[in-house]
Design a protein around this ligand. Structure first.
Ligand code: CTP
Ligand code: MG
Length: 260
């Protein structure tokens, strides 16, 4: 096996400012308990354990004192040996939260990984693959998985999908060419900055269609590379996802099952 290249000075921006509407706990998703600890805590421990970060910058829901205190306690727990842990108020959109994180990056940051707190159980191996790929010269790297379902496109719909109001299928995508995209998404710092600056010029409809950071880099015409993600890196979105994540923690494979 070839040796890993020397890592760049890397910051991880953790976006944790969402409200968790679909999870439906009546509290920010980052604060929802998973295996007895808030979702965000799992995400932070995974990042720190991976060893890729010199700085971890967490975008929190504005005014959430509980999560802020939790981050303060974790900073104390890490002590001098750990990465610098900074906290910022997130924005009203995910992109806004990423931009708040960008504004708090340390001088000298060479690479930035943007990670969803909702992907709380991402294994260290995924952080390493993304980070190593940047160190090997990529400008932008995303973790991906093959798609298992057949994916079809449909015509505009009422959204009901009832027997009497079904959607109409317009085509079938070539599955071999499709990938499901996860986080952490990694970027050379200058590339991410340029992508988010360019995003400010988008009209509201275009901006609403941007669902990840890599898409902004694609718009610049900069190549985005894909490395293997992990099924363990599921995004906790619905109550069913939370049950699945609990199962991963409690299952026979142990406290931090690792699917490399
Ligand atoms: N996020 C954020 N700031 C926002 C919206 C989302 O930092 N204004 C973060 C979330 O905290 C999450 C990640 O982006 O870690 C992915 O978003 P999503 O899974 O949609 O989380 P929520 O927006 O919290 O969930 P929902 O859409 O169900 O309300
Ligand atoms: Mg959301």
């Amino acid at each position: 096996m070839s040796e890993s290249p020397t890592r760049l000075v890397t910051a991880v921006i953790v976006v944790a400012a969402g409200s968790g509407q679909r999870l439906g706990y009546g509290m920010p998703k980052a604060a929802v308990p998973l295996g007895g600890e808030p979702i965000l805590m799992h995400a932070l421990r995974g990042i720190v354990a991976s060893g890729v970060a010199s700085q971890v910058c967490v975008a929190l829901p504005a005014g959430d004192d509980g999560l802020r205190r939790m981050c303060d306690d974790f900073r104390d727990e890490l002590g001098d040996g750990g990465p610098l842990l900074s906290v910022v108020d997130g924005g009203s959109t995910r992109s806004g939260s990423v931009r708040a994180g960008i504004a708090a990056l340390m001088e000298g940051t060479e690479a930035v990984l943007v990670h969803d707190a909702a992907r709380a159980l991402t294994p260290e191996s995924v952080f390493h693959r993304v980070s190593d790929s940047l160190a090997a010269g990529a400008d932008a790297v995303i973790p991906v998985l093959p798609v298992v379902d057949t994916i079809k496109t449909v015509a505009a719909t009422t959204g009901d999908n009832t027997a009497l109001a079904p959607e109409v299928v317009t085509g079938t995508a070539r599955r071999e060419e499709l990938r499901a995209v996860q986080t952490p998404q990694g970027f050379r710092a200058a590339t991410l900055l340029r992508a988010h600056q360019a995003a400010q010029e988008l009209d509201p409809e275009q901006a609403a269609a941007v669902t990840d950071d890599a898409m902004l880099v694609e718009m610049l015409g900069t190549p985005v590379h894909a490395v293997r993600g992990s099924t363990q890196s599921l995004k906790i979105t619905t109550p069913l996802d939370l049950i699945f994540a609990e199962g991963l923690l409690e299952g026979p494979l142990g406290a931090r099952w690792v699917e490399g």
